[in-house]
Design a protein around this ligand. Sequence first.
Ligand code: UDP
Length: 318
Amino acid sequence: MNVLVTGGAGYIGSHTVHELINQGFNVVVFDSLENGYKEFLPKTAKLFQGNLENKKDLEEVFSSNKIDAVIHFAGYALVGESMENPVKYFHNNLANGINLLKTMKKFNVNKIVFSSTCATYGIPEKLPLEESHPTNPVNYYGLSKKLFEQVLESSKINFIALRYFNAAGAAFGIGEIHNPETHLIPIVLEAALGKRDSIKIFGTDYPTKDGTCIRDYIHVLDLASAHILALKSLEEGKSGVYNLGTGKGTSVREVIDLCKEITGREIKVIEEERRPGDPAELVAFPLKAKTELNWEAKYNIRDIIKSAWDWHSKHKSI
Ligand code: UDP
């Protein structure tokens, strides 16, 4: 099967490309390299450097390759930036996604796995979060993803939207780099390495067991395997949205304590005010993915931090 992977040189995309190649798929990566690294790709993946904004780029990649299905990762994913520049998010995550769908239709490609997010839910009314929970995003990142899910629902294309919880961890000798980095686990590990003086805890007065926010961290390898199962489910005619999480929550303080234990390093912590837009707790109810996609998370938070530390402590810079 030939799969086009947009954003395949990014963090989750590149891990998925490695897993696809390991499982015998032929992969064409479409990436602008704005936030992706070609060094992250296996040699056997074909890279087409292009932009979803350019119809010409899209038509070139679809006409020069026989594509059976698309996995669509390309998009912006910083909550804070989406609040400062919403149009940037609607432009890339929505309008450019529509360009992709139009080209798929033109070339008769009718299967897509979409990289969505638990940010589509907004503030949880009930935990753990089921797919039937209302979607009232509280930031433009989440809204842009929700709107694209709606475009998919209204299109004639068969789709599976995967709502990731907190992706983390590393595998295949590659790892997580964002510029700027805003995610908790890489920041804490950078502090352990001395690349930062300290880490800030955003809010210690949440109504949680230790006052800090709780998230459901999911290993990037578990996400990669979910995309492949989603492709197989599309082949069987399944469609819809699925949560990808472990069903277990970990607080910010627990993450920091585990990082101290796993790295054996001191990490200086500063308690700060809450960060705007952070729900106190986001944890998935992942049963639908288990029953319908046959997917289940294999790795826990300890495995995630160990794998991330293994990569962060070895890699210098790209
Ligand atoms: N967080 C923190 N300090 C940091 C970065 C993140 O306390 O330097 C907190 C953040 O407020 C949230 C949790 O860690 O409660 C996870 O944040 P992250 O940005 O990794 O993922 P998000 O849940 O926002 O997608």
